[in-house]
Design a protein around this ligand. Structure first.
Ligand SMILES: Cc1ncc(COP(=O)(O)O)c(C=O)c1O
Length: 380
């Protein structure tokens, strides 16, 4: 099958992007209206839009408390510092994750232990978490918009608090945990940069409110903290985006289902496991292939086809250069899974023809039939 792109030479050189925030005309209008209000009052931070967005997120997720921050990494740091102040000094970190989790816990002086992931699932394996007396927290990363709630029951029995890096999983993270979400531009809804702490624990909520503003309560520095506020301009954009949360989620899910029909090795199949129940928001189209490296030239592009991918978004943390040599834990499954996954383009406005084009490219690569760049044809 041949695919043609509109727009001649120019379009031929363009790429199919991996992510693209959804911003429609109505959103732009509404956002401008918010911005005018913000400029009228002159309250650029810590104002009514921050509060409104927090309330809306609480309503959407069923979590009692939400504290907006300038990134998911800051939100994770706040949660990690709360537990550190309570005497927790060891972090069992899911070995397949994202740099934020390692960096934040390291910075706070936790002893780091990477825990390998499950044989078939992309989650920390509860059987590999030691039964020791250490004051430890478990750090789970909800990759690809998937969450694995059953894990909690097992850890509850061990009495270990779970902190979730749910950067990619707004709307699915399990209700009993403290977690952080990202509103970075490549996430399901965005404020440009941004994040939030979600908790049902009033004490952590109070702590987080102070910690995002240098730990100041009243006029005194009372706790650990940073300069981690989200601005009103970002909060207003987030509010606009949250109106479309369900729409965006459904569209992304539909795209994933379209891919699923065209490339049978996709998605739900690969995360399925005996008895493990997942929840997901279906935001990422994930392809699993033996050797991911053959897919990308210079790391991030299916170059011959002009398709952008982020195959490296989940890291094999124990083998990242900054970590290497520090933690001797062997995490072979995480290492293998890191090499297996490719994240394919998915965003609201991705067209059917683009999905077909990507799927066709995937099939050709699987069949080892790489088309050189010069053979690209414009499509319409
Ligand atoms: C799993 C995970 N954790 C943490 C982050 C960091 O988010 P932020 O850029 O908001 O700090 C990301 C961002 O891509 C992520 O995917």
């Amino acid at each position: 099958m041949q695919y043609y792109r509109e727009g001649g030479e120019e379009a031929m050189r363009s790429i199919v992007r991996c992510f693209k925030p959804y911003i429609n005309e109505h959103m732009v209008k509404r956002y401008k209206w918010y911005v005018e209000k913000i400029f009228e009052t002159g309250i650029l931070t810590g104002g009514e839009y921050t509060e409104k967005a927090e309330k809306e997120l609480s309503r959407l997720t069923g979590m009692k408390y939400v504290v907006l921050t300038n990134s998911c990494t800051s939100a994770l740091e706040i949660i990690a510092s709360y537990y550190r102040a309570k005497g927790y000094d060891t972090a069992y970190i899911q070995a397949l994750g994202f740099g934020s989790t390692y960096l934040v816990f390291k910075k706070l002086g936790y002893r780091i232990r990477f825990i390998d992931v499950h044989e078939t699932a992309y989650f920390i394996d509860p059987d590999k978490i030691p039964n020791r007396d250490e004051k430890a927290v478990v750090v789970v990363t909800d990759l690809f918009g998937y969450s694995y709630p059953e894990l909690n029951k097992e850890l509850d029995e061990k009495g270990i608090p779970v902190i979730r890096d749910s950067a990619q999983a707004l709307g699915v993270a399990w209700n009993n945990n403290d977690y952080a979400v990202s509103f970075h531009a490549i996430k399901i809804v965005t404020s440009g940069e941004g994040g939030a702490v979600f908790t049902n624990n009033e004490e952590l909520y109070m702590y987080a409110e102070a910690a995002r503003e240098l730990g100041i309560i009243g006029r005194r520095h009372m706790t650990y903290g940073g300069s981690y506020m989200m601005s009103e301009l970002e909060a207003a954009l987030l509010l606009v985006q949250l109106d479309y949360f369900d729409y965006i989620k459904n569209r992304l899910r539909e795209n994933v289902e379209r891919y699923d029909k065209l490339i049978p090795t996709m998605y739900d199949n690969i995360l399925e496991d005996k008895g493990i129940k997942y929840r997901h928001n279906g935001i990422q189209a994930v392809l699993i292939t033996e050797n991911r490296d053959q897919w990308s030239i210079r790391g991030q592009l299916l170059d011959h086809y002009g398709i952008q991918t982020y195959g490296t978004s989940a890291k094999d943390l124990a083998n990242e250069p900054i970590v290497a040599g520090e933690d001797r834990t062997e995490t072979p499954i995480a290492e293998k899974k890191y090499r297996e996954h490719v994240i394919l383009p998915n965003y609201v406005e991705l067209s059917d023809i683009e999905i077909q084009y990507v799927s066709e490219a995937v099939k050709q690569i699987l069949a080892n039939k790489k088309l050189p760049r010069s053979e690209w044809v414009p499509w319409k």
